[in-house]
Design a protein around this ligand. Structure first.
Ligand SMILES: *Cc1c(COP(=O)(O)O)cnc(C)c1O
Length: 356
């Protein structure tokens, strides 16, 4: 028997969440955002779960090519574009859709001889100030793209910085986008998961949900369940040892937790080398035998400790859910000062994956 930790991926949950987003934006097409290995769920596994997705969006070039070579016929959008002229050539060969966000790629499009024209997403910076042409330059850039024999179509794209925060919202970015896009008559894509939930006015031609597909929330104060999402990933393990502490005994590195009285402590085969956040403090929720308890002390590389005080039945071999169907990843993330996105992406390669 191998070390009991494993990550379970539920393709039916991914399909459910995709259709939930599709139902929210019934007049739009939906890119399944699958960057970072499908947010840690496995790119091929996610693609297999979504045979009817309208398109896939990611940014790892070789993975995009692999998806095409595996037979995916839908649009595959490279969200960060290409990183070399050679990649632009390959993108054309594999019929990938390419975001163009700065001058260099535009010049490659204008000067290279490509085997077939590309569908281009022109990325406009409307205030996030990460990637994109200054929004107001869109008419001039569109004119250059449309004059280019290598360009089959142009879609306008922008990305919101604060769609997940009701106080900040999307108003100023949307106004900037619409001021330039309004007159151009081109297809558009603006919405990430949060904007797909909260701002129907930005659904437009394509929405681009990522985290919601995997059953986690894009919002700080709304649960995935309240959004109609189902967790697609469960990180599970077992108790591999039990210690009985007396008052004053401590557990783990740094002796960061000390027992106030006699108590039982379970040691779980899961640590930061598995992708569990080392910053998770005492009190972070953990399920043992389906019952909610708490993490104790410091997470170590391969193990963590949990409180078995209220769990007289728990023993070596008791099942543990670190996050998943019954313990939302977002709750664990919040306790650890991060977001569900980061935890999903961080599950380590050494953890065996089982598809349900
Ligand atoms: C990651 C990403 C998304 C998806 O964002 P979520 O918050 O996970 O829905 C959409 N668009 C772009 C450009 C992205 O990089």
């Amino acid at each position: 028997m191998s070390r009991p930790i494993q990550v379970l991926i539920d393709p039916a949950a991914i399909a459910h969440n995709y259709h939930r987003m599709k139902a929210l934006a019934p007049s739009s097409k939906v890119y399944a955002v699958t960057k970072a290995n499908g947010y840690g769920h496995g790119l091929e596994r996610v693609a297999a779960a979504l045979p009817d997705a309208d398109g896939f969006a990611l940014l790892e070039f070789d993975r995009a090519v692999a998806l095409r070579e595996a037979g995916v016929a839908q649009p595959i959008l490279l969200l960060e574009g290409v990183f070399s002229a050679g990649e632009l050539l390959l993108a054309s060969q594999h019929a990938l859709t390419v975001a163009v966000h700065e001058e260099q790629a535009l010049q490659w499009l204008e000067t290279l001889a490509l085997p077939r024209p590309l569908d281009i997403y022109l990325k406009l910076n409307t205030g996030m100030n990460r990637l994109g042409f200054v929004a107001e330059t869109a008419p001039a850039v569109v004119a250059r793209l449309q004059a280019c024999a290598n360009v089959a179509s142009v879609t306008l794209m922008t990305h919101f910085a604060t769609a997940d925060n009701p106080e900040q919202g999307i108003t100023s970015q949307l106004a900037r986008f619409d001021a330039v896009a309004g007159g151009l008559g081109l297809p558009m894509t603006l919405a990430n998961s949060a904007a797909t939930f909260d701002f129907p006015q930005v659904h437009r031609d394509w929405v681009r949900p990522g985290v919601a597909l995997y059953g986690a929330t894009p919002f700080a104060h709304r649960s995935a369940a309240s959004l109609g999402l189902v967790a697609a990933m469960s990180l599970e393990s077992e108790i591999i040892g039990v210690q009985c502490l007396k008052a004053g005994d401590s557990v783990g590195y740094g002796a960061a937790f000390t027992a106030a009285g006699p108590m039982r402590v379970g040691i779980v085969a899961c640590g930061y080398a598995d992708g569990y956040p080392r910053h998770a403090p005492t009190g972070t929720p953990v399920l043992v035998g389906g019952v909610r308890t708490r993490l104790l002390g410091r997470v170590s590389m391969d193990m963590l400790a949990v409180d078995l005080s209220g769990l007289p039945e728990a023993r070596t071999g008791s099942p543990v859910e670190l996050w998943g169907k019954r313990l939302p990843i977002d709750e664990v993330a919040t306790a650890a000062g991060t977001i569900g996105y980061e935890l999903m992406c961080a599950v380590a390669p050494r953890v065996p994956v089982r598809t349900l």
